[in-house]
Write a protein that binds this ligand. Sequence first.
Ligand SMILES: [Zn+2]
Length: 90
Amino acid sequence: MLLGRACFKAGKMEISMNIIKIQPGDLLHLKKPHPCGCADFLVMRVGSRVRLICKGCGRDMTVDRMKLEKAIKTITVSEQEQNTGKDIPE
Ligand SMILES: [Zn+2]
């Protein structure tokens, strides 16, 4: 049973390689900067739409997730939120 579960997890990880993972607390560097000139945004909330806060002027905005994923240049993952590989029984 344990072995079967490990195999399933490995398969899941391969798929997620193509998906951009965004989590609250992550810092996004976008290709297109905010009108204030800053291209770094802090993720506040993630769903089908993502709420971001501009690091330059502090303005918050909601962006469609699909559009946002295309605009991301780099993601700096928050150190506190990195423990998502944990085994959580469902
Ligand atoms: Zn700004």
